[in-house]
Design a protein around this ligand. Structure first.
Ligand SMILES: Cc1cn([C@H]2C[C@H](O)[C@@H](COP(=O)(O)OP(=O)(O)O[C@H]3O[C@H](C)C(=O)[C@H](O)[C@H]3O)O2)c(=O)[nH]c1=O
Length: 189
């Protein structure tokens, strides 16, 4: 790894999606970790400029949020970090024509694993909290656009996501996302 590279990209089997390990620079006081670098990440994963940063706090374990995505022209890539607690994070490849169309990857993120999930444009994103009081930080490379936001039902058998805990809470909106129809064509980027 070149000396100034701060991120280790771990492929997730869905082209363009990565579990990114942030290098810790440690000393006797503790550590410094670079959580974002526009130059390095633009070159390596295509995420260059931050449009918005969100933080979510989820009180209970077992809560499912998602599966959300935005259609063009507001398709967005996300970098998701767990600041407190633990989640099972799930992404679904919705890119039309992708060899892994409708395939998903599921990874755990926790406050002490110095990892970031990179979710490319054209993917749906959702998670289940595995601990109470879980906080996430989101970097978005496009703006929130309710008019172009869509969702998938997290328990859709077509997705086959195995949520580890019994669902303790899910918003009415997430509960009402449609089941994927056979003519669902996905996201055309
Ligand atoms: C997504 C979003 C929402 N909002 C507003 C809209 C609602 O008034 C309120 C809660 O929205 P929602 O219930 O959609 O938020 P979550 O279900 O927690 O969505 C989050 O969890 C899933 C897993 C994600 O991937 C979303 O990107 C992430 O934000 O925040 C904003 O103001 N900006 C935003 O970017």
């Amino acid at each position: 790894m070149p000396r100034d590279e701060r991120f280790i990209l771990n492929p997730l089997g869905l082209v363009g999606a990565y579990r990114i390990t942030c290098r810790k620079l440690e000393d006797e006081r503790g550590f410094l970790e670079r959580m974002f670098c526009g130059r390095e990440l633009a070159e390596r994963v295509g995420f260059g400029t931050i449009a918005q940063i969100n933080r979510t706090f989820t009180r209970l374990a077992g809560v499912v949020r998602g599966m959300h995505y935005q259609m063009p022209p507001s398709a967005e890539a996300k970098m998701v970090t767990c600041l407190h607690g633990k989640i099972l994070d799930v992404i679904v490849d919705l890119r039309k024509g992708s060899p892994t169309f409708l395939h998903h990857a599921a990874i755990t993120l926790s406050a002490d694993d110095n990892c970031v999930l990179f979710v490319p444009r054209g993917f749906a994103h959702g998670f289940q909290t595995l601990q109470p009081d879980t906080e996430l930080l989101y970097l978005h490379d496009n703006y929130y656009d309710p008019g172009h936001e869509h969702g998938l039902f997290p328990l859709d058998p077509e997705l086959g996501v195995r949520w580890p805990l019994q669902i303790s809470q899910i918003s009415d909106r997430d509960r009402s996302h449609p089941i994927i129809s056979k003519d669902f064509e996905g996201v055309i980027l």
